[in-house]
Ligand binder design. Structure first.
Ligand code: ATP
Ligand code: MG
Length: 138
C-alpha cells in the first residue's frame, strides 16, 4: 500500500471541477485518506515547490498557486504514485492523453489543474508538508 499527495490547483477549484476530479480517483479504486481546502500564501507555495526554486517559472508558479484555494488530499492504494500520475496525464495539457485529468480540465502548462507527487521520497515530504499523522485516516 502506497500514499501520494494530490492537489486540485486554484484553476480547477475556481472552474468547479473538485467533484469530478475526486470522482475520478474513487472510480479508479484510489482511497482518499485525508483532505482539506487551504489558501496558500507565498511562503507556503514557495516551501512546497522548493525543488523548483531555480526554475525560470518559479515566481509565476508560486503566484498561481496562491490565486485561490486548493484542495489537498492524501491518496492511498497499490502503486498509487504512478497510477495517479497516469490519471493526471502529461504536465502540458497539449500533450496529455485523452481522458486524463489534465486533458479534461487543464488550460495551460502552468494552469494544469492537478498536482501529484512523483516518487516515494517526494510523496513523504509533500504529505508531511500539509498533514500531520492525526489528520490521516486509516
Ligand atoms: P506537478 O509537480 O504539479 O504534479 P509535474 O510533475 O507534471 O507537475 P513539474 O515539472 O514538477 O511538473 O512542474 C511543476 C509545475 O510547474 C507544473 O505542474 C506546472 O504547473 C508548472 N510548470 C512546469 N513547467 C512550466 C513552464 N515551463 N512554465 C510554466 N509553468 C510550468
Ligand atoms: Mg512535479
Amino acid at each position: 500500500m502506497e500514499r501520494t499527495l494530490s492537489i486540485i490547483k486554484p484553476d480547477a477549484v475556481r472552474a468547479g471541477h473538485i467533484g469530478e476530479i475526486i470522482a475520478t480517483f474513487e472510480k479508479n479504486n484510489i482511497r482518499i485518506v485525508a483532505m482539506k481546502m487551504v489558501h496558500l500564501d507565498p511562503k507556503g507555495a514557495e516551501g512546497f515547490y522548493a525543488v523548483h526554486r531555480e526554475r525560470p517559472f518559479f515566481g509565476e508558479l508560486t503566484a498561481f498557486m496562491c490565486e485561490g484555494p486548493v484542495v489537498v488530499m492524501v491518496l492511498e492504494g497499490d502503486n498509487v504514485i504512478a497510477r495517479n500520475r497516469e490519471l493526471m496525464g502529461a504536465t502540458n495539457p497539449a500533450d496529455a492523453a485523452e481522458g486524463t485529468l489534465r486533458k479534461r480540465f487543464a488550460s495551460s502548462l502552468q494552469n494544469n489543474a492537478v498536482h501529484g507527487s512523483d516518487a516515494p521520497e517526494t510523496a513523504a515530504f509533500e504529505i508531511g508538508y500539509f498533514f500531520n499523522a492525526l489528520e490521516i485516516a486509516g
